[in-house]
Design a protein around this ligand. Structure first.
Ligand code: AQP
Length: 339
């Protein structure tokens, strides 16, 4: 069964509008989305249904959904080439998610690291069921479009494995229906760590002041955050997996993910330099990345009607594929078609 038009393999990915996007979201996800968009048939959605797995202020959620879509385009996604849409605009995501939730073993869901991490921060009785079922919704997002590849940061790899396992389970029970997707991680920047705590992943919803660089941070503010980043008491500037050297490793990783320079060249360039030099170099590359992105973002947010028209076209293109897949899955599961 080939559900696709043309010969290009399909890509799907999304970001939650659960706050302001960070340089982690950019280097782990957005940058590779841009890089692959001409090679693959790409679908990029703003995953607002995922965002409500934590309580969101309604006005803020609406705003962040628009802002995230604008940021995708500002980062280089061309809506004439890629399909950009909002997850909740396509009801098929929620519908397939329910069908998959019913098939997802609790044991698999409880093993998910993201669930364990996020639920550990809340009182047991206040943890929403959506947090546990998040991976089934993510599986629905991916499987609806028969995506071949899913470009994400490596925190999402376990959810991708879950998606493959669930798709296999469905195909085994009800007959070949879904394409098994493969994960696509960037060579550098698959996990950017917090500047204030380099042993924890940089997250947009983490509240502390110097934790994350936001894509909308004023470049001078971003620079200050880099200059205040936690390092260590040694001097050597090298990539390292030693947890005690995680701060320097993180700065080098940010530098590499932005510049695309090889490891050896970076280490040679910083061989006789100090941590202050490294921080200044990282701050320069970060500021140079943010500036054009913010200029484009502001233009997009001020261009009346443009974003809405992109999202409308995206919705129409996405809905066509998603509804076909949903119908097929419903039929396979035994739902009576409406007459
Ligand atoms: N620190 C990171 N390094 C590399 N990639 C990252 N991603 C997120 N943080 C980093 C990647 O960005 C994409 C979108 O992530 P998401 O918003 O859907 O969910 P998340 O992974 O839970 O991201 P956050 O920023 O940590 O959100 P909150 O704080 O709301 O939970 C994914 O491809 C992810 O890998």
């Amino acid at each position: 069964m080939s559900p696709k038009n043309g010969n290009k393999p399909r890509v799907l990915s999304g970001i939650q509008p659960s706050g302001n996007l960070t340089i982690g979201n950019y280097l782990g996800a957005l940058k590779q989305w841009v890089a692959v968009q001409h090679e693959y048939d790409c679908f990029y959605c703003v995953v607002d249904l995922h965002a409500i797995t934590a309580v969101q202020d309604p006005a803020e959620l609406r705003l962040k959904t628009r802002e995230s879509a604008a940021m995708y385009i500002a980062a280089g996604i061309d809506p004439e080439v890629s399909t950009v849409f909002v997850q909740s605009h396509i009801p098929a995501h929620s519908e397939l998610a329910w069908m998959l939730t019913c098939m997802a073993p609790l044991g698999w869901l409880h093993r998910m690291t993201q669930f364990k991490d996020k639920s550990a921060k809340q009182a047991q009785e206040s943890i929403g069921a959506g947090l546990l079922n998040y991976p089934s919704l993510m599986a629905a997002d991916i499987l609806l479009y028969h995506a071949d590849f899913v470009p994400v940061g490596d925190d999402q790899n376990q959810h991708l494995e879950f998606t493959r396992d669930l798709a296999q389970r469905f195909n085994h029970l009800y007959g070949e229906t879904f394409t098994l997707p493969s994960v696509m991680n960037p060579a550098a920047g698959a996990r950017i760590m917090g500047l204030d705590n380099p042993t924890a992943k940089m997250s947009k919803s983490e509240a502390s002041e110097n934790h994350a660089i936001f894509l909308l941070d004023d470049p001078s503010r971003a620079r200050k955050k880099v200059m205040r980043a936690v390092t260590d008491s040694r001097r050597e500037i090298r990539f390292s997996q030693d947890p005690e050297r995680a701060g320097v490793n993180n700065l080098l990783t940010i530098y590499q993910a932005i510049t695309n320079e090889p490891t050896e060249a970076i280490q040679a360039a910083f061989a006789d330099k100090g941590y202050g030099d490294l921080k200044r170099a990282v701050a320069d590359t970060v500021a140079a990345t943010l500036q054009p992105l913010q200029t484009r973002y502001n233009e997009l947010m001020n261009e009346a009607g443009y974003l809405d028209s992109v999202l409308k076209i995206g919705r129409e293109k996405a809905a066509e594929i998603a509804e076909d897949t949903l119908k097929l899955a419903q039929d396979r599961m035994g739902f009576l078609a409406p007459s």
